[in-house]
Design a protein around this ligand. Structure first.
Ligand SMILES: Nc1ncnc2c1ncn2[C@@H]1O[C@H](COP(=O)(O)OP(=O)(O)OP(=O)(O)O)[C@@H](O)[C@H]1O
Ligand SMILES: [Mg+2]
Length: 520
């Protein structure tokens, strides 16, 4: 009992000691956690500062990006200005089976035959015609080799679309003899009818679908709803304008000059479109009615000039506006929220009565957005509407009537084609000589394209050339046409022309703009 009591006494002495020890340990752990907490909260403060700093940097960079975009567009326009308003590129197609004489594939391309290759790709600026009679080099801003893909052609076309959204009318046309690859260049030779906007373009897709895709991509970068697009598809056949989207394609149409000075044909069908698929569905519909027939050169010869017009209706506060800039502009232009951080409560409630209420940041953001949208809509409605045109033209082939083997109605078609191409050459000649009178009205084709080939509009002529000897006179005519068209772009810097011209040797080297017709 005594021993037990002794043990309990010593235990009773130890308990307060152990308790004190535990309290000390608990205190030290607590202290440790307190320190950790303090350090974490100071880290949180540091992180919050860093986030604020990053946000500030992001805002600065977004702002800078907006300014840079504007500057890039200004430089782009300056560059386009310096390059001139008319550009000429040459595209040499590969030798095709139909180039062979009498379907004799064994002789295709053989020297001495009519399918011998006489037009050669020299480099990306020069093309040459070499035969026993001719040895000529023609220089253009860009020359595409027979193996170059549709994508390469479009890469060069693409910058012109930026000009379109900067307020310039743009025209891209394929010119060349029959069978030289105009329809291939503008539309493509593929049978793939899937123009799903989210798919990559089919490798064979031509300029029309690619330009359409690009246009919608560029518009996506603009403030929502600020740009809309309408399309019309016509052909110029026997000097008549035919609406390929109309139920009655044979109806007659006349051009009128609108209040804004732009030419239009109010009776032609114009459809609102919002992606490449809707545009190409309409193009394919129109192509079913387009005049096409087999000639001695190839099976699907276009007998009319196809013109796809994409009209961009712009209500943007500025052509340079981008999504980021516009939202910044909107928040700074006063959306009913005061204070630098935009978090004050709105000063007016429903019916304009003053209200005092506390809002959560999410509510505030939602309201700010809807107010911004309303304001954006109001601003857009108040903006003057600007209409710019992108005209994409697949011309009918210039041809030597004898070579295409046409008679009767087909001969009449061919003569109308040649007359209108001749009128086109005359227009470019008049522009090159800075004549006061430019004969746009000599043909429906040039009259219809007047807005896109004169003034400060941008024109790109894609010369399509066949390589075979049998088309030599047509090829020379086409290359000569391109050379004359280049003079127009050289307007202010005319003196630089001879450098390209000196390369042309022989009696046919004159590049004086023709005063008469350009085609045979
Ligand atoms: N660069 C090319 N690569 C491959 N095939 C081509 C190329 N250019 C043209 N072709 C082919 O040559 C044939 C004739 O081309 P296309 O129909 O484009 O001629 P075109 O200039 O439009 O003739 P037309 O004036 O008679 O309408 C088509 O089968 C086309 O696929
Ligand atoms: Mg064609």
């Amino acid at each position: 009992m005594k021993t037990e009591l002794g043990k309990m006494r010593s235990l009773a002495k130890e308990i307060p000691l152990q308790f004190a020890h535990c309290v000390k340990r608990a205190n030290s752990v607590m202290h440790h956690h307190q320190e950790a907490l303090e350090s974490h909260s100071s880290n949180v403060t540091v992180l919050a500062d860093q986030v604020a700093q990053l946000q500030q940097n992001l805002d600065d960079v977004t702002d800078k990006l907006g300014r840079e975009k504007k500057r890039r567009q200004e430089l782009h326009n300056l560059l386009m200005e310096l390059r001139g308003n008319i550009r000429v590129h040459g595209r040499l197609r590969p030798l095709m089976e139909f180039d062979a004489d009498n379907q004799d594939m064994a002789s295709l391309g053989r020297p001495g035959t009519r399918s011998e290759v006489v037009v050669h790709f020299v480099d990306d600026e020069n093309i040459c015609v070499r035969t026993s009679k001719h040895n000529k080099v023609f220089e253009y801003e860009r020359v595409y080799s027979p193996t170059e893909k549709q994508e390469s052609v479009f890469d060069e076309v693409q910058p012109m679309l930026t000009s379109l959204l900067d307020g310039y009318n743009v025209c891209i046309m394929a010119y060349g003899q029959t069978g030289s690859g105009k329809t291939h260049t503008m539309l493509g030779s593929h049978r793939d009818e899937d123009y799903n906007p989210s798919h990559d373009p089919h490798p064979d897709e031509g300029v029309i679908p690619r330009a359409t895709r690009e246009l919608f991509r560029l518009i996506e970068e603009k403030p929502e709803g600020s740009h809309t697009i309408e399309v019309s598809i016509v052909e110029v056949y026997n000097n008549d304008i035919r609406d390929l989207l109309s139920r009655d394609p044979n109806a007659k149409h006349d051009l009128i000059t609108g209040g804004d000075g732009q030419l239009s044909i109010p009776t032609v069908t114009s459809k609102s479109v919002d992606n490449v698929y809707s545009v190409m569905t309409l193009v394919q519909y129109g192509l079913r009615t387009r005049r096409e027939s087999a000639t001695m050169v190839h099976e699907h010869s276009s007998r009319s000039h196809l013109i796809v017009t994409l009209t961009v209706v712009s209500r943007a506060p500025s052509f340079f506006a981008t999504k980021s800039m516009s939202s910044a502009d909107l928040s700074s232009s006063g959306s009913g929220f005061g204070g630098a951080d935009g978090r004050q409560t709105p000063t007016l409630g429903k019916k304009g009565r003053a209200q005092s209420q506390t809002w959560t940041p999410d509510q505030l953001q939602g309201m700010q957005l809807s107010l911004q949208q309303q304001q954006q809509q109001q601003q857009q409605q108040q903006q003057p509407v600007i209409r710019t045109k992108l005209q994409l033209v697949d011309l009918a082939g210039s041809e030597c009537v004898g070579m295409s083997g046409v008679k009767g109605a087909a001969l009449r078609e061919a003569s109308f084609i040649n007359k209108s191409l001749s009128a086109l050459a005359d227009v470019l000649g008049a522009l090159a000589e800075h004549r006061t009178h430019v004969p746009y009205r000599n043909s429906r084709l040039t009259h219809f394209l007047q807005d896109s080939i004169g003034g400060d509009a941008k024109l790109l002529v894609l010369l399509c050339v066949s390589p075979a000897q049998r088309y030599i006179s047509e090829s020379l005519q086409c290359l000569g046409f391109g050379q004359r068209a280049r003079q127009v772009q050289r307007g202010p810097t005319k003196r630089r022309l001879p450098s390209s011209v000196e390369k042309i040797s022989g009696p046919e080297s004159s590049i004086k703009p023709r005063t008469g017709s350009a085609s045979k």
